[in-house]
Design a protein around this ligand. Structure first.
Ligand SMILES: C[S@@+](CC[C@H](N)C(=O)[O-])C[C@H]1O[C@@H](n2cnc3c(N)ncnc32)[C@H](O)[C@@H]1O
Length: 284
């Protein structure tokens, strides 16, 4: 009965295929896929199979077993989601503006060129780091004097390509306030009609890099704040614990970590204290 159901579908998909894919997602990207994700994985990968002309998930698994690096990347990209938006979970940007930046500005009054480093870890198509840059530009009156930079990283090269262009369909920027739209975006013309482009003052603050959060990182820190939001939902507990530890190591003393609305640090680490809704400050 079970097999018959599988044969009725576009691609043959067995429990063995799912187990292999789930195990691979775990070892490659620390992504945890319980058996409840069986159908989700079928749906997410069906397009890849179609593009490759395969008839079954076994064929797809064999391709991955051959160690095809490009396909391994496509595989991880297909099973993660890139959903994001400008000023998503806006209370984080308000905290940045009203709490974190005023304190940093106060501490840097006598410094010739104050240094500020933020990291958007799992930046998707760029809305998050660009929103951070807008807040910095708006909140630091003498920003030109500052050495202020935002690192924006993601595993997914395709999405980073979109991010680094900084060009968005108008409906993606509709939720941004009119004041900000006018100040920080220019409207596309000609081929870019119907799009908004993030202005140079914002773009030049952001550096996009490919980085797997579960692999080695090239940078040594330190960051004043890390935004890692709606990324660790895919990770198993040991991976999350390790990641939080590494974030704490890279943050400056008292540095802040912003996580997504469904990501709790409870029971995972004692290196942070909660200072707001899904906002944490490093304590050690
Ligand atoms: C849902 S988006 C979140 C975007 C943004 N942080 C936000 O909250 O709007 C999750 C992003 O995490 C990235 N991601 C997933 N696993 C990753 C990993 N192991 N290393 C780096 N990025 C990863 C995905 O490619 C995706 O772009």
């Amino acid at each position: 009965m079970h097999v018959e159901m599988e044969n009725n579908r576009e691609f043959l998909y067995t429990e063995k295929d799912f187990k292999y894919l789930a195990q691979l997602a775990g070892t490659r990207a620390g992504i945890s896929l319980s058996s409840s994700k069986r159908e989700l994985i079928y749906g997410r990968l069906a397009r890849r199979l179609r593009e490759l002309g395969f008839k079954s998930y076994k064929q797809y698994c064999d391709r991955l077993k051959d160690g095809d690096e490009e396909e391994l990347t496509n595989f991880i990209n297909a099973i993660t989601t890139n959903v994001t938006s400008f000023f998503r979970e806006n209370h984080h940007f308000e905290f940045l503006e009203q709490n974190l930046l005023p304190e940093l500005i106060n501490n840097q009054d006598d410094v010739k060129q104050p240094r500020l480093r933020l990291w958007s870890a799992g930046c998707s198509s760029g809305e998050e780091p660009f929103s951070m840059a807008m807040v910095l530009q708006e909140s630091i009156p003498d920003i030109k004097r500052w050495d202020a930079k935002i690192l924006a990283s993601d595993l997914d090269l395709n999405i980073l390509d979109i991010a680094s262009r900084g060009i968005y369909p108008l409906q993606r920027i509709q939720g941004v306030s009119l004041v900000r739209r006018k100040r920080w975006f220019s409207l596309g013309t000609g081929n870019n009609e119907g799009t908004g482009r993030v202005g140079n003052d914002i773009r030049q603050m952001v550096t996009f890099r490919q980085l797997n959060l579960t692999a080695d990182w090239p940078m040594r820190g330190s960051f004043d704040a890390i935004f890692c939001r709606n990324v660790t939902i895919y990770f198993d507990k040991p991976t999350r614990i390790r990641l939080l530890n590494r974030f704490a190591n890279l943050l400056s003393d008292d540095g802040h970590l912003f996580v997504g609305h469904s990501e709790s640090l409870f029971g995972l680490t004692d290196r942070f204290r909660s200072v707001g809704r899904t906002i944490h400050q490093k304590v050690c």
